[in-house]
Design a protein around this ligand. Structure first.
Ligand code: OAA
Ligand code: MG
Length: 604
């Protein structure tokens, strides 16, 4: 590990105008007095320091020369200026040219575009993140539409599948059964002490790809890079964690290069004891306000962990709650195109796991609130199909608990197509992880019953999508309103260009998390998810609607995230869940001021 130390200083320590310069001068003087060498770097992001508002933190790299260039947080590569090279013993270590950050970006985009294989682009991006963190984030923010599919779905799925062979350097913490009894000690090995967001997986259900064991690490790493790029949470406050309790994936167990524990998954008491120790250690080490995002756990554990810890920790399940919030936003926005209220529609899901039942419940909650009807009544507008067919009351006894609320009165129906014909939904949502499950007949049936069928194929990555954008438009004769979990290119059909939306929780969790952090929220309430949905739906412009879009483009995601953060924070204050006082008057401005920006500072 580099001899790197962070220091945080309260705004009040320097006060007034010229804050940065005075702060930096003071720090440099202190370092000189101690005979220390190194650079002082400002991160314009929230520093949680008691109740004070500190919209920036200072990090001091007590390194010079070659070591400074090897420190990804402070390295600028060929963008170190002549002055900086002289002052920090870098002369001769770099070629003579001095590039601006923009020129570095241009060069990197050119290199990335030359790679034909997506995984090569992914690896190039990971290399950059390990080499020059600010440039990585600047590139990702400035080219978000192009690079999201590289660092996130679909490529991150392939990266996880091949993680054993592409693994180079730890990017997060691995906590395995071997560490039982000493998890707190393991947490203390992580170099950063002031953590605001943890994304944790146990690798049992990575996207729609199934059990990838320890190789699931790519997911928390990818999600957290979006927390920073899309939501402005500073990178040093993000901690990716993979909990390794074994894997039931025989291919991995047989692979000599598999990086995880070579045993079948621990379950039951052994599993829950490890997780209990983990949850307690996190709270003990990072305090009550650290956000713990559960990601890609299998259904049976995901629901149980959320239910168990939502009253004692700040926990968020992205696959249940994040996906629900993003889909509800899309549905609310879609009403402008298809007409009616949510309560006027009928919803049919293929897939009754975390995403399916999570979305269904949030839709029901919204309908119930808006129409003042009991939740049970609102649920009756929503039907789910699982691997055994339509979920109906005669199946109730054998259903897992999270499916029971959806067992309505109806005769049994086995196939999706028959269910579509029987239920006559206006909205069809795929959360099944079964690629191609929306067949031509299914889409045609939707199109025969609806002027503008709403079709969401949410499973990830692209290979698991229930249908492609092209299939949805073609089979519905250009009438479908379509969105998918993983991105699809625009489609030309009958001389018209159709732009599909991306209904991915990446719209929600970065801004949602920022809203929680900046308000010091300590528990998550369903109303915060509804607030996030409303905020996202409100960001869809007339121009977007004119193109048939039900989500705004990712290009403006930082602005969108600031609005989501502000709306979520406002709701948290209203519900008395926010601990940061006084409440900032303008929450959007405040959210924006809290966001990390990856522009290079100048080191004197
Ligand atoms: O990661 C994504 O793209 C969305 C997600 O949470 C999942 O599919 O599990
Ligand atoms: Mg997920």
């Amino acid at each position: 590990m580099l001899p790197f130390k962070r220091a945080k200083f309260l705004r009040q320590a320097f006060g007034g105008l010229g804050l940065y310069e005075r702060g930096e001068r003071k720090l440099r003087r202190m370092m000189e007095m101690n005979g220390e060498k190194g650079v002082v770097d400002f991160e314009e992001n929230y520093g949680v320091e008691d109740q004070a508002i500190t919209p920036w933190t200072v990090s001091v790299a007590r390194v010079i020369g070659y070591s400074l260039m090897r420190d990804p947080r402070h390295n600028k590569g060929v963008a170190f200026t002549e002055k900086e090279r002289n002052a920090h013993y870098l002369t001769g270590l770099l070629p003579p040219a001095v590039f601006s950050q923009e020129l570095q970006e241009k060069r990197l985009m050119k290199i990335l575009r030359e790679y034909e294989v997506p995984l090569q682009r992914y690896m190039a991006m990971m290399d950059l993140q390990e080499r020059n963190e600010k440039l990585f984030y600047k590139l990702l923010i400035d080219n978000v539409e192009e690079l999201l599919p590289v660092v996130y779905t679909p490529t991150v799925g392939e990266a996880c599948q091949k993680y054993g062979s592409i693994f180079r350097r730890p990017q997060g913490l691995y906590i395995s059964l071997k560490e039982k009894g000493r998890i707190l000690e393991v947490l203390k090995n992580w170099p950063e002490k002031s953590i605001q967001v943890i994304v944790v997986t146990d690798g049992e259900r990575i996207l729609g790809l199934g059990d990838l064991g320890c190789q699931g690490m790519g997911i928390p790493v990818g999600k957290l890079s979006l927390y920073t790029a899309l939501g402005g949470v500073r990178p040093s406050a993000c901690l990716p964690i993979t909990i390794d309790v074994g894997t039931n994936n025989q291919k991995l167990l047989d692979d000599e290069f598999y990086i995880g524990l070579k045993q079948k998954r621990a379950t039951g008491q052994e599993y829950y004891e490890l997780l209990e120790e983990f949850m307690c250690a996190v709270k003990q080490n990072y305090g009550e306000k650290v956000l713990i995002q559960f990601e890609d756990f299998a259904n049976h554990n995901a629901f149980e962990l959320l239910a168990k810890y939502r009253t004692s920790h700040l926990v968020f399940n992205d696959d249940i709650q994040g996906t629900a919030s993003v889909v509800l936003a899309g549905l609310v926005a879609a009403l402008k195109l298809v007409g009616g209220t949510l309560a006027d529609h009928r919803f049919l899901f293929l897939g009754a796991g975390e995403a399916g039942t999570g979305i269904a419940e949030l839709i029901a909650l919204e309908i119930s609130k808006k129409t003042n009807t009991p939740l049970e009544e609102a649920r009756k507008k929503i039907w789910l199909v699982d691997s055994k067919g339509l979920i109906v009351s005669s199946r109730r006894e054998s259903l897992q608990h999270f499916k029971k609320p959806w067992a309505h009165e109806h005769e049994p129906v086995k196939e999706l197509l028959a269910a579509v014909k029987a239920i006559k939904p206006t909205v069809l949502i795929g959360t099944s992880s079964v690629g191609k499950a929306f067949t031509k007949e299914v889409v045609e049936a939707m199109a025969s019953m609806n002027e503008k069928p709403l079709i969401l194929a949410l499973s990830n990555p692209t290979s698991q999508s229930e249908c492609t954008a092209e299939e949805a438009y073609k089979w519905s004769e250009g009438r479908a309103i379509f969105a998918s979990g993983s991105p699809f290119d625009s489609v030309e059909y009958n001389g018209k260009l159709f732009v599909p939306g991306q209904a991915n929780n990446a719209y929600i969790f970065p801004g949602f998390g920022l809203g929680l952090i900046m308000s010091g929220t300590i528990r998550i309430h369903d109303d915060l998810l509804l607030a996030a949905s409303e905020a996202l739906a409100a960001q869809v412009t007339e121009e977007n609607y004119a193109k048939g879009l039900i989500y705004p483009p990712f290009t403006n995601i930082r602005k969108i995230s600031a609005h989501i953060a502000a709306t979520v924070a406002a709701k948290a204050y209203e519900l008395g869940l926010a601990s940061r006082l006084p409440r900032p008057a303008d929450l959007v401005k405040f959210a924006e001021s809290c966001m990390y920006t990856p522009v290079y500072g100048s080191y004197r």
